[in-house]
Structures are given as C-alpha cells and as structure tokens.
Design a protein around this ligand. Structure first.
Ligand SMILES: NC(=O)c1ccc[n+]([C@@H]2O[C@H](COP(=O)([O-])OP(=O)(O)OC[C@H]3O[C@@H](n4cnc5c(N)ncnc54)[C@H](OP(=O)(O)O)[C@@H]3O)[C@@H](O)[C@H]2O)c1
Length: 375
C-alpha cells in the first residue's frame, strides 16, 4: 500500500499535539506504570470486551494454547485513554514472549503494536479526543485485544492518509528500521550493507530505506519467492542462505572487501558468519534472534578487524515524546514520499492469532502480519 499523494506530517507538528499532555499535570505520570489490560486492572462498570492470552500450564509455548477471555476494560484513569483497536501488528518479539525467551508472567495478553480509535479519554488528557486514530508500539504489552487502556503519552497520531492496517503493520517495524539506518549505524551513500531476513517485516523496510540512502544492499532470504520480493525492495544482490554459504557469497560480491555494516536479527545461525562478512572497522548490528540467541562472542574476536558491535533496541531510541514522534514521523514521511512500500502480506482475524504465530515462526511469512479484531 502506498500513499504518495499527501505531504508528510512533520514530526514537530505531531509533537505539538502532545505538548499539552506532556506539560500538564499528567506529565508526572510515569510511563509504563499502568499495566496492560488484565483481569486485575479491569473495573466492573464498563462494557465487556474480548482479549486473548497465552494461559498457564504445560504447553503454553504452543500457539494452540492461546485462549480468549472476556473482561470488563473499564474507564481510563488520569492521563490515560481507551482505544478500540482496528488493526494489531504481529511481531516476532510476540513469539519470544510466548515461548519464554523474553519473560512475562502468565497468563498475559501478547502484542506490542496496534492502531485504533480513541473511545474514551481520562481526566487530565488534552490534545487528544474521542474518535482520533492513534497507534502505539513496543512500550505497551497486551495489544491482542479488542480494546485497551494506555497512557496517553504513548499514543502516536496516525495521519489520515495512512489506513489503519498499513499503520499497524509499519509502526514498530518501521521505527525499528529508522533506528537501524539513521541512528544505530548511519548509512551513507556508497556504503555496502548486509541485511539478513531481507524479506521479513523489518527486513523489507530496512532494505528499501538503505537503498534510498544510496547504499549497495545485499540481502539474505530462505526461498526463491522471498528473493524476488527482496529484489523488488531494493536489494542489489540476494543470497539464498539456506542453499548458499552467505559468507563466501558476500566475499565474492564485495571482491573480498566485506561490508560496512551487517544488520542481523537472525542471531544464532548467522552471527559468527556476519562478523566474517565485515570489512575492517565494520559495524555489526545485532538486533534480534529469530533462530535463537547467538553464542557469546569474546571481545577479542572483534580485534583482528577493529570491528564495532551494537545491540540496539528501538525503545531506547524512542524514549522521549520528541524521539518517539520524530521516529514515527520519519516512517510516515517515508510512506507518503513513496520511499517505503509497506507489504501487508498476511491478514488474519484476531481470533486466528495462533495461526498467525504458527506461520511466522515457521518462516512462511514475508512482509508484515496483521490481526483484525471483530472480524
Ligand atoms: N531490536 C529491536 O528493537 C527490534 C524491533 C523489532 C524487531 N526486532 C527483531 O527483528 C527481527 C524481525 O522481526 P519481524 O517481526 O520483522 O519478523 P520477520 O523478519 O518477518 O520474521 C522472522 C524471519 O527471520 C528469518 N529466520 C531465519 N531463521 C529463522 C528461524 N530459525 N526461525 C524463524 N525465522 C527465521 C525468516 O526469514 P527467512 O525465511 O528469509 O530466513 C523469518 O521470516 C526479529 O528478530 C525481531 O526480534 C528487533
């Protein structure tokens, strides 16, 4: 989906919308102290909404252990808003929480990204009203739900020209791509970059962004179909790393020089080879572990080529309101300018979240996966 016909909403303008919230008495509200929707936080006097969780007990790591629950969400308190979700982004990190790679007490509501319509506004919140379309990403757990209460300062206004499915598929992944190419390692024209899982949700956006910045992009993927997508997304060279040795291929492509930066979210299966692909003073950006956590690497392994190693998390680059809105603004600007083509390749009803997890985990997805509540 492309939205090239509208001028981008400047990040500064978005920041203005929330200035009042930040400056009001709700500014003392600590972000993150309000828990995700759960049986413990609901009140009894509001309408009932469905949410979903991975339950306690044996087998909770399987997608099939997913259970719907009906709870009363209640009314937003001071500094909070209630959002009726329209689209929910599925991210690989949701699998880490389900399988226990990232810890969360059971039962819990999964999900780190959603876009919806504000259905109630708590006391003290200004600059946002019922009916506004907002998104939220990464900071708030529990988005696999029809309705959720969040701190207002986490809400990101969605430009009218970006539909809710596109927005929910690109907020978290797009802001991550922004952080990777513009903050964690600043890509410049002439750089050569290696992107693993180049047809994935983040990978697809990362390749497009790196290409737009003037880099030569080498992508790795598991299948021919994914290779075709990666080429469309701006990869100058695509390596099918399930069939070819990517270290050897990168050496051939770069005439032995290596790449300036590797973006590696595959982890265990690729990490060591990624270090081998780097040129002298190259930069290893490890930002995920879809194949498992990489083995520990002694610092001395970086010495032979004076390598840099970073392990960035998007949330640490979007800590303040200004940073968050700036990152989101960069993503929306990229969409509106036609630089970022958002691939929403898999859409499921919310009640089929287990299916969405199963295909994502089995490497059978490309681009983004989205859940639709109420369908
Ligand atoms: N640091 C951060 O702030 C941050 C933020 C967002 C996401 N991430 C990370 O970015 C990565 C991508 O996230 P995403 O949601 O966009 O997922 P995704 O890339 O759409 O899906 C994961 C991809 O990883 C590849 N993969 C390689 N080995 C795998 C294995 N053994 N099992 C499963 N997948 C394997 C697959 O691509 P192929 O089939 O082509 O191999 C698969 O499609 C994840 O590792 C996530 O944790 C990090």
């Amino acid at each position: 989906m492309n939205h090239g016909d509208t001028a981008p909403a400047p990040a500064a303008a978005m920041a203005d919308i929330f200035m009042e919230i930040s400056n009001s008495k709700t500014a003392s509200m600590a972000v993150g102290v309000v828990p995700a929707a759960s049986a413990a936080t609901v009140q009894s006097d509001a309408a009932k909404f469905i949410f979903f969780c991975w339950d306690e007990g044996e087998g909770h790591k399987s997608p099939q252990a997913w259970r719907p629950r009906e709870v009363e969400i209640g009314e937003p308190k001071e500094g909070e808003i209630r959002i009726k979700n329209k689209s929910i982004g599925v991210n690989y990190v949701d699998i880490y929480y389900r399988t226990g790679l990232h810890h969360e007490h059971l039962p819990f509501v999964p999900g780190k990204e959603a876009v919806g319509v504000v259905s109630a506004v708590g006391p003290g919140v200004t600059g946002i009203k019922v009916g506004d379309v907002v998104g939220y990403a990464d900071t708030q757990m529990g988005t696999y739900t029809e309705e959720q209460i969040i701190p207002a300062i986490l809400a990101i206004p969605i430009p009218p020209s970006v539909d809710h499915i596109t927005a929910a598929s690109v907020l978290l992944k797009g802001m991550t791509a922004y952080v990777l190419v513009r903050q964690a390692f600043k890509i410049q024209a002439g750089h050569t970059v290696l992107v693993h899982a180049a047809a994935g949700g983040v990978g697809s956006l990362l390749c497009q962004w790196a290409n737009a910045l003037g880099a030569t992009v080498i992508g790795t993927v598991s299948t021919q179909e994914k290779a075709a997508q990666a080429t469309e997304d701006g990869c100058h060279h695509v390596i099918i790393y399930t069939k070819e040795d990517f270290v050897t291929r990168v050496a051939e492509i770069t005439s032995g020089k290596g790449v300036h930066v590797v973006y590696d979210a595959v982890g265990k299966d690729t990490f060591k080879g990624s270090l081998e692909c780097l040129m002298q003073r190259g930069c290893m950006i490890s930002y995920g572990q879809s194949s498992g956590r990489p083995e520990p690497v002694p610092l001395s392994d970086l010495a032979p080529k004076s390598l840099f190693l970073g392990r960035p998390g998007m949330r640490h680059y979007t800590t303040t309101r200004d940073e968050l809105l700036h990152a989101a603004g960069e993503v929306f600007a990229g969409i509106m300018a036609g630089v970022l083509h958002v691939r929403v390749n898999h859409v499921y009803p919310l009640h089929e979240a287990a299916r969405a997890h199963a295909v994502l985990e089995a490497r059978r997805t490309s681009g983004s996966v989205v859940l639709l509540p109420g369908s």
